[in-house]
Design a protein around this ligand. Sequence first.
Ligand code: OOG
Ligand code: MG
Length: 263
Amino acid sequence: MTTLSDEIIEELADYLEGCELEAREATKITDRYPGMDFDDAYAIQYAIRRRKLARGNRLSGLKVGLTSRAKMKQMGVETPIYGFLMDYFDRPEGGEIETDQLIHPKVEAELAFVTKAPLKGPGCHIGNVLAATDFVIPAVEIIDSRYENFRFDLASVIADNCSSSRYVLGGQMADPADVDMRSFGVVMERNGEVAELGAGAAVLGHPAASVALLANMLGERGEEIPAGTLVLTGGITAAVAMERGDCLNVRYQGLGSVGMRFV
Ligand code: OOG
Ligand code: MG
């Protein structure tokens, strides 16, 4: 049940999306509406999604965030959240990320799943996810909270589409049966130096658990993960801040690497 009126939800969606599109910092929306709840927050996020679809942008996937202890600790928020990805977030492997379109980007190494059958909660588990997975593929998510210094509470970040801004897929896709996703190692190098490293188990014990959680959270709204959906399962390590001129290279055990340059 939302506590905010439809009018205020649309106004906040307009405000946060405007900040995204113009790379402007936003003030935390819970400062103005301290009583808002998670239903309000997702209502704002879905309003932003509808605005983009109405403008002709296409949905390109879904993401789950705050799924690893490293991320939860870094952000001071302990509950996994989900958001959406749009076609214009997509950047090519080995390409450039334009920093003047962003406020203060950070990068996350993630394992992405692409489904071949719908997944619907409640009751969705890792087994259902693996059976419905077409392939997994390495991903880097570029997050860019619209809030000053990435300082937010859960409701504010959910409304801000979980800081989503860009993503890069790359490396090699793989059959889920061929990847030991718990011991799957990632090494993030910024300008040739190791910045963070971790293993897949950091994500809820197993990255597929993140997809199951998403199916179960969507199930509460009567929604499902359709076949053919790209799902980013969440940063394995803490996120790393990038500036103009920085190069990123992430190595994914057995699945190649993903690189990009911030210009
Ligand atoms: C929220 C988004 C978190 C992840 O992978 O954990 C996220 C944030 O930290 O700004 O995308
Ligand atoms: Mg992420």
